[in-house]
Each structure stands twice: as C-alpha cells, then as structure tokens.
Design a protein around this ligand. Sequence first.
Ligand code: PGA
Ligand code: ZN
Length: 415
Amino acid sequence: MVLIDSIVARQILNGQGEPTVETILKLSSGEELRASVPSGRTKSSYEAIELYDKDFAKYFGRSVEHAVESINNIIAPRIKRLDPTEQSKVDQILLELDGTPNKAHLGSNVTLAVSVVVARAAAKVKDKPFYSYINELFIKTKAKNQYDEDINLTGDAIKPQLPIPGFSLINGGSHASSTDLTIQEFLVFPVGVDKMADKIRAGVEILNTLKKLCRDTFNSGELGDEGALAPPRIADPMQAMEIISQAVKKSGYDRNNRVVYGFDIAGAEIPAEFYSRVFSMYPVLTVEDPYKEDDWDKFTKMHKTYPDLFVTGDDLTATQLKRLYTAIKSEAIDSVMVKPNQAGTLTETLQFAKVAKDAGMALYAAHRSGETSDTFIVDLAVGIGAKFLKAGAPFGGERVAKYNHLMDVAVYFES
Ligand code: PGA
Ligand code: ZN
C-alpha cells in the first residue's frame, strides 16, 4: 500500500505578491505532489480564519512562518504513514488539532494546504484524474440536510460536469482603487458558446476588446485585483455595462444571448433602481451578494422578485454549513459560492456542496483574489458538478493556469 512518507510546507508568494503556504507531500512510492492556497481580500466575517505572523517587520505582517512551522512540526508527524485515500480521517485529524469552530488556532491556510495535497496524492495513488477522484470523494462524503437526515444524492446530481466559466471584465469596489465603481465584479458568461475552448476564447476576445475600448475611451489600461479592467472616471454601473456590451458586440458575441452577464456586488450599497434597469436592458444570469452578509430578508425578497435570476450567496453563506441551512430555510438564494478556503478542509467543502445540491441550489465554485498557480478549484468545480466557475480575468499566470487546466479537463468530456 502506498502511504504518506513526508509532508513539508514552505512559504511562497501568491499573485498579489503576498506570502502563502505551499505543501509538498512525498509518497512512499517516491512521487511528489504539491498544493498551495489562495487568500481573499474581501472576506466574510463568517469564513474560516487564515493565520498570518503579524510580524510587521516582514511582508507588512503577512508572512506565514508560523503556519509553515505548524505543518512541519505539528501536523506532519500525525499524517505521516497514513493512507492518503483516507481523506475524511486526515481532515478529522486537522479539525481535532485545530480544535476551534473556525480554524482560528491552526489557520484555514494551514488546514486547506494539507487537505488538498493529501487528496492530490490519493488521486495519484489511484491513478485517476484529480477531478474524477474529487467526484469519488463527493459521492462518498456523508452529509445531513437541515432536518438532520442523511443525504443520498443520485443520478445527474453526483456526476462530474464542466462548469460555465464567468469571466471578470471590470473590477470595482475593494478590488480596484483606480475606479469609483462600487460593484466588485462585472462578469460575462458564454452560455451560448458550445465547446470549453471556445467559451474561453470568447472570454479572452471580449476582454481584449474591452481593454482597447477602455484605452480609447478613458485612456486607461488599469487593472484590478482579479486582472479585470478598472477604468478611472467611471462611477455609474450602467456606463460600465454600456462599454462591456460594446465590447461584446465588437467581438461578435452579441446575438442569440451567446453571452450573458453577472455581478458580484459584494454587499455594496446599490440603488434598487439599478437592478430593474439592468435586468430590462441586458440578459443577467446571476447576482452575487446583492446585500450585506446579514441582510437575509433582502436576499429572500430579491430571490422571490426575480425567479429566473440566480441569486448567489458568497459572504452570506461563507462555505459554512450552518449559514447554508439558514439560507435554505429562509429561501434567501438559489445559487451558492463554494470556496474551499472559506471552509478550511476538503471534507467540509464537499459536505457543504452536497447539502446545497440536495437543496436544489446551483453550485458556483470560485477562486480568491489572491491566487497561486494551483488549479485545484477547477478539479473541485468539475468533481462536484458545479454549474458555474469564477476564476477572474483570463490575464495573469495564476488565473490563466485555471483556464488552461479547464480546457485540459474538458478533453475528457467533449471528445
Ligand atoms: P475575494 O473576492 O477573493 O477578495 O474575497 C472574491 C469574491 O468576493 O467573490
Ligand atoms: Zn463575492
């Protein structure tokens, strides 16, 4: 039997130039696997806690030397010699070593970096594509619904599936200091484009066309945190939609709803009048976090008012089961962000996804604004059969890595 021979961690940088954790796992068969974890800038107050050194002499307090030490000195001795295919056992050890409800002791950056590298090692041992092994774990993962009954998903609900990518075109809010737009993300989803490679081509062509339009109109090629454009001197979201739709038209994707739109409002205050205007003028697929993370009633009202819209919870639900149960009971949303680092372990992420699917919600897997070149989020999205995937603008190595991997995985589904 192939076992975990060693696991070591080190500090690397994410795409924002901030330190993060990388784990390197060696199997007894000699193979070596790696994982690294992202970090979000606009966090929910309900998500699991990341651990930073807070030594302001280094990286403005953001170094992760303690996190690295706790993997090397506390976790590694407990995980060594275990069978990597026992994911729930490994995750249980991580939960016990942490001992808090929100990973405040070890840090979710520590627990997730270990959890993911173990899963990747197990996929290697089983000689399966990573998405397919995650799907196997998803099927096996035990989860309970809001009435404390065991969930047993069958049929299409447990099949791996290619998600529709949502490309970030314009960044605003806390993801872009150069612009006055308060909406964090304006996205485009190529729902009417057939093959994955062509969906990605649509995203790239629209974004490059928009870049040129922003240069010509605003004399700006400024980018936000997720690689999308962040033009200054633009504060009206309808003006942003206008220039986006021009880019869509110019690049030839305007007919037959080949692309539709999405927003991550990230809880910014937006006049209700914006929604009625934008929905009457453009096909809108989803609105994420239209209100603040505790405004349950407002979410429910929006969900009831616009039954064809995917109202998505991100900071609202924070990949936390308790919050998801509340969302189900209050009928606040019909789509939910799945962000593994909000949960902290793979098992908890899979449980969350299973409960949401069982409740009929669309799963929307997402990267974070501070990403590494790790492509785990793609395998997770496919493995849990997510309907949507958000991985930022297709510019910049850490995001392009995801889109390239998505095209790679698509080969299994489309050939
Ligand atoms: P974050 O933002 O990764 O900075 O938290 C992404 C989002 O809100 O979806
Ligand atoms: Zn969000």
